[in-house]
Design a protein around this ligand. Structure first.
Ligand code: GLN
Ligand code: ZN
Length: 756
């Protein structure tokens, strides 16, 4: 009997049903009972998809109304004091989203994915107490429908490792309090059935575990495995290898170990240990976080390699991680080009692949339908290997033969020339690029897409908007202007749509946090730029003003990090192709008379690898590609970059190596503390630390911006400082943007007068 396994399934719903009902509930247009009804339907539907596809190990408790870390905090009674007095869903959603009395809990990225989890807040005053209701109910719910699930839990070590202390101290100090609650939970679970499988997720292990954490593994899993003979415990990791932890785990009585062989190839080094300990291996061989059809023949080859060490009957074929990070189902992709669609596989399609892989691997007879699916899989992969949509010799040659990896001139020489040409004052004012995206702007873009207006009408509407942005900026007294980005729905999608090798889905939604989903574009082939992408808009704007116009592009690393990326070419090579396309755009802009060009790298930090040892390699090619992207710039063309971060301590040398003339960053919420690093390392280039926080609707006063600028001046000299908001303004309203920027300009005037 072949055994196969799915780590977890997406929950938002193939039509984003969960999102929709949650948002109705939050705006008081639906009752909580309606939320519960939709949730039950979704759970049931998702279990049945897996059952019908022949999946043996189907999860319960992978569902969540908001987030699994939040669920775990609630399960353990880790409720921050400010939410005291609330209960049930009121408490739960207040923790997630805040209420009118208390701010929400912090949210942060789940490892290197674009999913965000709620960060539990722990303190000495917490009285941890078990609430097992959700876990127990989901198991029973599935069982009542004839589906016996494995129960997914976030492991105690990961829970503590990803939490924060609100009082002084270390989260792991609570290990002794948390472990008994997990024991109690397993005790209760063991009453549910004759035999139960539990998947305990410990992804924290993949970061390369410190000795202190490593020392917790054995006591933890010895204790949990002792609770009941009825329990089969699997410890699962994903997104990287976890060899250090595996070494310890195999000396505990766990039944199985789940490893990711897609993003953690080094896990192969643990196979001997697993064999010797006679554990089950949950082999993550199907990519759980990408959208490509699996290559079944190649995957079976990998499994054969694994089976040379671990006994075949001990190998359970699995997704490499939860399928949470993939969209739902291709069945709603009605508009996609059929050739491209045939290369893709979303969560529902991946289920059939897992089933088929496990059957082929275990040598089971395939039914007629399965045989057909196997043949179709081979031919889809062959078509992908050979398609001219994907493979573009001209691009490959160009990238192979790059000779110019950076622009001419050292920074000192360039900046002197730029000051001559641009002639701006110290504390020069600008914005980050976008202005409010109004209803009308969005509607015009939609109308163009669905054909209800023609190109010309659309262009005129955009020009009109650009005129308005310019008029406001001139009136307000801003010094370096932007066109406002009305033509961009999204800073990556806009470029993707114009690059060859990029695809778009209709329904490829992936949960980002809570009810929020994103629909990343995907890179399927070699990237090229058939024609200029931004020149028309920016030169239009430049021709309407005497002031300097800043052209606006998205950088290669950010384009890469916010897309699904092809798996048949290394990321660093894909990134290089994008860099070449952007390089051509930079050149076209400067030839059209644009003297300042900003190349946004908002997501530069998001691509950092999970393990410290892999960081230099990433930084190497990421910096290389940013530099290639601007290598066409003349010495006197000023290159800016923008990053949506404030913490630069660990990457300051890397930022410096990118060699942009000016960088704008997101320090508004931290005063001047985080800026100090720039002074400490003797950073020479110009810096625009955000002077106010655009993420809040609040309008900053002149006085407070004056204070902020003075704080900046304590760290860096005026000649090195630009004054700007901390990010783009597209999510704000004009009523907020206008007075805020007016105050910013007034504040600069005051400070300049004092300095004069
Ligand atoms: N230029 C972009 C904008 O202003 C930058 C967006 C971002 O940093 N996320 O919208
Ligand atoms: Zn930003």
């Amino acid at each position: 009997m072949s055994k196969n396994y799915v780590v977890g399934f997406p929950r938002i719903g193939e039509q984003r049903e969960l999102k929709k009902i949650l948002e109705l509930f939050w705006s008081k247009k639906a009752d909580f009972s309606e939320v519960e009804k939709v949730a039950s339907e979704l759970k049931s539907r998702h279990w049945n998809y897996q059952k019908e596809a022949g999946i043996d190990f189907i999860a319960s408790n992978d569902f969540s109304l908001y987030d699994n870390m939040l669920d775990t905090a609630v399960m353990l009674g880790a409720i921050p004091k400010r939410f005291a007095g609330l209960s049930d869903e009121t408490l739960y959603f207040a923790m997630a989203r805040g209420n009118n009395k208390s701010v929400a809990m912090e949210m942060t990225k789940w490892f290197n994915t674009n999913y965000h989890y709620i960060v539990p807040e722990l303190s000495k005053e917490d009285n941890f107490i078990l609430n097992s209701t959700k876990v127990m109910n989901e198991y029973k719910e599935a069982k009542a429908q004839g589906i016996t699930t494995k129960i997914n839990l976030i492991g105690p070590i990961t829970f503590l490792g990803l939490s924060k202390r609100v009082d002084r101290g270390d989260t792991y100090a609570f290990f002794g309090k948390i472990l008994p609650l997990y024991e109690q939970l397993l005790e209760e679970i063991s009453e549910l059935d004759e035999e139960i499988t539990i998947q305990i997720d410990e992804p924290i292990f993949v970061k390369g575990v410190e000795p202190k954490v490593l020392s917790l593994i054995k006591p933890c899993y010895d204790a949990l495995c002792k609770v009941s003979d009825k329990l089969k415990i699997i410890v699962t990791t994903y997104f990287e290898h976890s060899n250090e932890a595996t070494k310890v785990l195999i000396h505990t009585p766990v039944w199985g170990v789940g490893l990711d062989f897609m993003y953690g190839e080094k896990n192969l080094e643990s196979l001997d240990l697993i064999k010797n300990a006679n554990k089950k291996l949950i082999a993550g061989v199907l990519d759980g976080r990408n959208i490509w059809k699996n290559n079944i023949e190649e995957t079976v080859t990998l499994l054969e390699k694994i089976a040379q060490t671990v006994k075949r009957e001990n190998v359970i074929v699995s997704s490499s991680s939860s399928l949470l990070h993939t969209p739902f189902s291709l069945k709603y992709e009605e508009k996609m080009n059929p050739e491209i669609k045939n290369w893709l596989s979303y969560a529902v399609e991946k289920l059939d692949e897992i089933n088929l892989i496990s059957k082929v691997f275990q040598g089971e007879a395939l039914g007629e339908k399965e045989q057909k699916a196997f043949e179709a899989n081979k031919s889809a992969n062959k078509s992908r290997k050979n398609s001219t949509r994907i493979h573009n010799k001209a691009v490959q040659n160009r990238v192979k033969n790059i000779v110019k990896f950076e622009r001419e001139g050292a920074y000192e020489e360039r900046i002197a020339l730029q000051h001559k040409v641009l002639n701006y004052k110290p504390l020069v004012t600008t914005t980050i690029g976008s202005f409010p995206q109004t209803q009308e702007v969005r509607k015009a873009r939609r109308d163009l897409k669905n054909g209800s207006i023609d190109d010309k009408t659309y262009t005129n509407e955009m020009f009109q908007y650009i005129d308005d942005c310019l008029a406001f900026q001139e009136e307000c007294g801003l010094e370096v202007l932007v066109h406002g980005e009305p033509e961009r729905n999204d800073m990556v999608e806009y470029f993707g749509e114009q690059l060859q090798g990029y695809g778009f889905s209709q329904n490829g939604w992936v949960q980002s946090y809570g009810s929020r989903c994103v629909k990343p574009p995907f890179i399927y082939g070699d990237i090229s730029r058939p024609k200029p992408m931004t020149v028309e808009w920016i030169t239009y704007a430049q021709n309407r003003t005497e002031k300097i116009m800043k052209g606006m592009l998205t950088g290669p690393v950010t384009i890469l990090n916010w897309s699904f990326v092809r798996d048949d070419l290394e990321r660093s090579k894909v990134s290089k192709q994008i860099a070449v396309a952007i390089c051509d755009e930079v050149d076209d802009l400067q030839k059209a008379g644009i003297k300042i060009i900003q190349v946004d790298e908002a997501a530069f930090k998001e691509g950092y690898p999970l393990r410290a040892t892999d960081i230099p390699r990433y930084e190497n090619w990421a910096v290389r590609d940013f530099k290639i992207a601007v290598s066409s710039a003349y010495k006197e063309t000023q290159i800016h970059t923008h990053m949506c971060y404030s913490e630069f301590n660990d990457i300051i040398r890397t930022i410096e190596a990118m060699d942009a003339d000016v960088i704008s960053i997101e320090t508004a919420r931290s005063g001047n503390e985080l800026l100090k690093i720039f002074a400490q390392v003797g950073y020479k280039q110009e810096v625009g630390p955000g002077v106010y926080d655009i993420h809040s609707p609040r309008i900053p006063s002149v006085e407070e911006i004056v204070v902020q600028i003075k704080k900046l001046l304590e760290v860096l000299p005026q000649e090195q400082l630009w004054i700007n908001p901390d990010c783009g303004l597209k999510t704000r309203k004009w009523e907020e943007v206008k007075p805020s920027l007016e105050n910013m300009v007034k504040a600069v005037k005051i400070v300049r007068e004092e300095l004069a």
